[in-house]
Design a protein around this ligand. Structure first.
Ligand code: ADP
Length: 436
């Protein structure tokens, strides 16, 4: 096992990683911006190194500063968490070149899955079903329109470099296509510096179902079943759960096998997620599930998988990065009960979900369930980073019981004066349509 670990991240995920590292006897090193110097993750790490001003561009995203911190503290490995540098292949390479262990995906896998069009082509070649559509080189507006017409409306225009729900436009009719294309390309150029797009059939009654996969350096890959993240706002996940409602054995076998095949096609090592979209207009069916993209990192919603499998995925990551084989074989993994996670955000639903930053004068989070949080009472939600306050994770014998427990947990949240989406989450978890 690696002896020391620098965490190139902040907030709840930094704390989450520290917790497992400590249990395994791994020395932890936090890096932090000036804005984060009083955050719990800085205090909880064995050591902490300041790496610059509040804006991530000047701190958490500066590769040289993180590598220098690792060198100065004698860190043996770097865990990137999610976001920031976690899917940056050049950084992964720089870490390895510096003689450190990268607790993340192999740089070549990150690159192969980095662009949506290239990833889809690769998956198609590997025999993984992909969402029908156009992912060609010819980016002329005429050609794109012709392809969209041929696919049939509604279609979805997607930036090949997109992420976080950005750079997507649903087009309902041919006359709207050119306007949507222009605005999508504009957003893609400014957000990702790449205005190329692909076109997909817009799936009606869509379900977002993703499969957690894990590979080791011996070439073995297993899956840890699926998560359902269909409950979204603006293409961003709000509530995630595992397993997926309405999943029968045949469909589960098909989707999980496709995920393992996808991971093997890019020689995957470590924690990854294969995202699929399902047409659920007639329930889930094995022939109506298509590959969307792969996330080559640990995901925000990994706790629901941990809950139903009883595994610690950060421990798996550290073991695999240390060269150990996967802790369990496929036949030893089982689903136990139902788990749900809600993302508690410092945002105000009444103002259209505008971020609500400021001091956390009063903060009380549920105590009877798993809560992964990066902040504490007396702290602050700053405008510099993602305004997530906590993830609330429940685990119960049935889906109904999990939804009930999640609604109750959201109802217990007390935060002042920062506004949150807690009441919105509670209503959502209680909503008859969601429960059904
Ligand atoms: P990002 O990388 O920005 O998160 P994704 O490709 O993962 O984008 O898609 C985000 C969400 O958009 C999906 O979870 C789903 O809700 C919706 N979506 C994506 N592709 C389609 C599609 N072809 N049809 C309908 N909805 C889609």
């Amino acid at each position: 096992m690696i002896e020391s670990l620098l965490i190139a991240n902040r907030g709840e995920i930094a704390r989450r990683i520290i917790r497992t590292a400590r249990r395994l006897g791994v020395r932890t090193i936090a890096v932090h911006s000036d804005a984060d110097k009083d955050m719990p993750f800085v205090r909880e790490a064995d050591e902490a190194v300041a790496i610059g001003p509040a804006p991530a561009r000047e701190s958490y995203l500066v590769q040289e500063k993180i590598l220098a911190a690792a060198k100065a503290t004698g860190a043996a490995a770097i865990h990137p968490g999610y976001g920031f540098l976690s899917e940056n292949a050049a950084f992964a390479e720089a870490v390895q070149t510096a003689g450190l262990v990268w607790v993340g995906a192999p740089p070549a896998s990150i690159r192969a899955m980095g662009l949506k069009d290239a990833a889809k082509k690769l998956m198609q070649a590997a025999g993984v079903p992909v969402t029908p559509g156009y992912m060609g080189e010819d980016q002329s507006p005429e050609r794109l329109q012709k392809e969209a017409d041929a696919i049939g409306y509604p279609v979805l225009i997607k930036a090949v470099a997109g992420g976080g729900g950005k750079g997507m436009r649903k087009v309902d009719a041919a006359q709207q296509f050119q306007d949507s294309l222009e605005s999508c390309k504009r957003e893609a150029a400014s957000s990702f510096g790449d205005d190329r797009v692909l076109i997909e059939k817009y799936i009606l009654s869509p379900r977002h179902i993703e499969v957690q996969v894990f590979g080791d350096t011996q070439g073995d890959v297993v899956h840890l079943f699926e998560r359902d993240c269909s409950l979204q706002r603006r293409h961003q996940k709000v509530i995630e759960e595992a397993p997926a409602p309405g999943m029968d054995a045949a469909t589960r076998e098909a989707i999980c096998a496709a995920a393992v095949k996808a991971a093997k096609a890019v020689d995957y090592v470590g924690a990854g997620t294969i995202e699929f979209i399902a047409d659920a207009s007639e329930g889930l069916r094995p022939d109506r599930i298509w590959f969307m993209e792969m996330n080559t990192r640990l995901q925000v919603e990994h706790p629901v998988t941990e809950a139903i499998t009883g595994q610690d995925l950060v421990e798996w990551q550290l073991r695999v990065a240390s060269g150990e084989p996967l802790p369990l074989r496929q036949q030893d993994l089982r689903i136990d009960g139902w788990a749900m996670e809600a993302r508690l955000y410092a945002e105000n639903p009444v103002t259209g979900f505008l971020p609500s930053t400021g001091p956390l004068t009063h903060l009380r989070l549920p105590s009877a369930i798993r809560v992964d949080s990066g902040v504490e009472q007396g702290g602050e939600v700053t405008p510099f980073y993602d305004p997530m306050i906590a993830k609330l994770i429940v685990h119960a014998p049935t889906r109904q019981a999990a939804a009930k427990s999640l609604a109750a947990a959201c109802g217990e949240v007390q935060v002042w004066p920062v506004r949150t989406n807690a009441a919105f989450l509670a209503r959502t978890a209680n909503d008859p349509a969601f429960v059904a």
